[in-house]
Every structure is written in C-alpha cells, then in structure tokens.
Design a protein around this ligand. Structure first.
Ligand SMILES: NC(=O)c1ccc[n+]([C@@H]2O[C@H](COP(=O)([O-])OP(=O)(O)OC[C@H]3O[C@@H](n4cnc5c(N)ncnc54)[C@H](OP(=O)(O)O)[C@@H]3O)[C@@H](O)[C@H]2O)c1
Length: 280
C-alpha cells in the first residue's frame, strides 16, 4: 500500500510510521505543510498519490482549544476538509482519527459507533463537526474514534503520573472520569489493518476494558513498583478550562464486526512501561 500519514511526529503518528514500515509511506508533520494550507495539503497528496491517507494530525490541546476556538476549528475541521477534498480529487481513501470527546458522557453503557454526537468542549466540537463534514464529502471515509492515548515518544497520562510519583508521596487523581486507555503501539497496527480491510464508516478502536483515571494511575504506580499513594478526588476539585465527559467508554462492537480484537489496557500498560524510557 502507498500510505500518506499526516501528523507523523505525534504520539500516534510515530507508532503509525513504525507499523507501516513494510509499506510505501509518506510521513508528514506540520513542518511539511500546515493542514490549514489548502494548496500545500493538495500538493502533498498529489505528489504522494497514496492509496490511503491516515489523518492523525490535530490540535490536541483540549484545554487550549477552549481559548483558541478559531484555531481548533481551523486545524481540526477545516484542515480535515482540506485533506478530504484533496483525497477525493485523486481517488485516495481517507482514515480520519477521531475521539471519544465527541460524546457528552451522559451514558452509563459503552458508546456505540452510531450513537449521537454531543460534545461538551471545543476540541470535541471541532472533531464532531469534522466527522459530519467528512461523511458528506467522502461517503467512503473511515472514521476511527479512539481514546486516552499513551505511547512512546511523547507526553501522556502514564508519563505524567510517573513524573509526579517520582516527586510526591501522594498524588490526587480524578476518580469520576471513566474511559478506555489505548496504547498507540496497539492502535497503529489496527489502523493499518482497517486500511487493508478497506473499512468504511465509523469504527471505535481502543484497548479493551475501561477504568477511571484514578484506577489507571494506581495500576501505573503498581506496575512501576512505586510507593506513591494515589488518592481519589472529584473532577470538581480540579477545575480545568475544558469539561471532560464523565463516561466515554467506546464499545468495541464495530471493531469486532470487522474481525479485529485489541488487548486489555492493563496488558498494554505493562508493555508500555517495560518499553518506555525511565522517567525524570
Ligand atoms: N491523545 C489522545 O488522548 C487522543 C484521544 C483520542 C483521539 N485522539 C486523536 O488521535 C490523533 C493523534 O493524536 P496524538 O495524541 O498522537 O496527537 P499529538 O501527539 O498532539 O500530535 C499531533 C500531530 O499533529 C500535527 N499537527 C498539529 N497541528 C498541525 C497543523 N496545523 N498542520 C499539520 N499538522 C499539525 C503535529 O505536528 P508537529 O509535531 O509538527 O507540530 C503532530 O504530528 C488526533 O487526531 C487526536 O485528535 C487523541
């Protein structure tokens, strides 16, 4: 396959480039062209002429999106539209990486791929709007929603917990947000498989199982054999600019229907911690 990856320097993008090592890959970062630059995006796609484009580039600072609404929509929505239009022009397929944050978190059972979008923060709004527009522009787009990414080569929740645990004997972590942690090294090969299977429509892809941030932090500390105590706290005690859904567990039914299973998040965490560089 010829694959063009937008966001190749990101947490997921780095794992994608690794997972695509036996394919013909064009790996693009923001330095190769900004998603907001229609002409550059078009040139990059015309030049690489991929079978598939994997759009893993985004403005992912969830709190930053609240104060930079224009930037969030320009990159996450208009940028994605630029890619879709250029893909359609040359007949490339497009896999768009989306997020659990397009849901409001009001459900108490896993979100299915067909459930209604109702984002509660600007980041989620920008991704939800992008999903809607891409489905209009390219009916055969594949939208893969994932959640709570962690991986080698960048900051993520486990690396933050390890850094805090190295400095404090007790760390407070919110116990009223539940989701599905996902290891980029598990997700990237699944995205490649979805391309090979010519998947289309909306697919939910996360490591299996779910937990709260508090439970995840406890598991990180336990696996790393640290003495730090993890203390459960309520989200309301730690106000952030962006609201987060209290429950954003994604059902794996859409992935299972394509014959793909993903490992449990605890197993993924063990492999991540074994491979991650020692924390500061
Ligand atoms: N992180 C999560 O927990 C999470 C959860 C659910 C879904 N997702 C989605 O998964 C995808 C990958 O996320 P990630 O955590 O790997 O992201 P990340 O580490 O923040 O990387 C973002 C990537 O996007 C590129 N980028 C940012 N702004 C750009 C622009 N204006 N033009 C072109 N490229 C730009 C960055 O390039 P430079 O390095 O050159 O700036 C980088 O390669 C995103 O679509 C995100 O919405 C993430």
């Amino acid at each position: 396959m010829r694959v063009t990856v937008f966001g190749a320097s990101g947490l997921l993008g780095q794992a994608l480039v690794q997972a695509l090592k036996d394919e013909t890959v064009t790996a693009l970062t923001s330095k190769d062209g900004d998603l907001r630059d229609t002409v550059r995006v078009q040139q990059a796609i015309r030049t690489s002429r991929p079978d598939w484009i994997i759009l893993a580039a985004a403005y992912t600072d969830v709190d930053g999106c609240e104060t930079n609404r224009g930037l969030a929509f320009a990159v996450n929505c208009e940028g994605a539209i630029n890619v879709a239009n250029a893909a359609r022009e040359i007949g490339s397929r497009l896999l768009f990486v989306s997020t659990d944050y397009i849901f409001d978190g009001a459900k108490t059972s896993p979100y299915e791929a067909g459930d209604a979008r109702n984002p509660i923060n600007v980041y989620g709004e920008s991704k939800a709007r992008a999903e809607e527009r891409l489905l209009e522009i390219m009916p055969d787009v594949c939208i893969v929603r994932t959640s709570w990414l962690f991986g080698i080569g960048g900051k993520s929740f486990p690396s933050a917990i390890l850094a805090l645990a190295a400095r404090h004997s007790e760390i407070p972590v919110v116990s009223d947000q539940r989701g599905c942690p996902t290891f980029t090294s598990d997700l990237a090969p699944v995205l490649v498989q979805l391309c090979r299977k010519s998947a289309l429509g909306i697919v939910h892809a996360t490591n299996s199982g779910s937990c709260t941030r508090y439970h995840m932090a406890r598991e990180i500390v336990r696996i790393a054999r640290l003495a730090t105590v993890v203390k459960p706290v309520r989200t309301a005690e730690f106000p952030r600019p962006a609201r987060r859904p209290a429950y954003s567990v994604l059902s794996p039914a859409s992935l299972h229907a394509l014959g793909i299973q993903m490992p449990e998040w605890q197993d993924a965490l063990r492999r991540y911690l074994a491979a991650a560089p020692t924390q500061p």
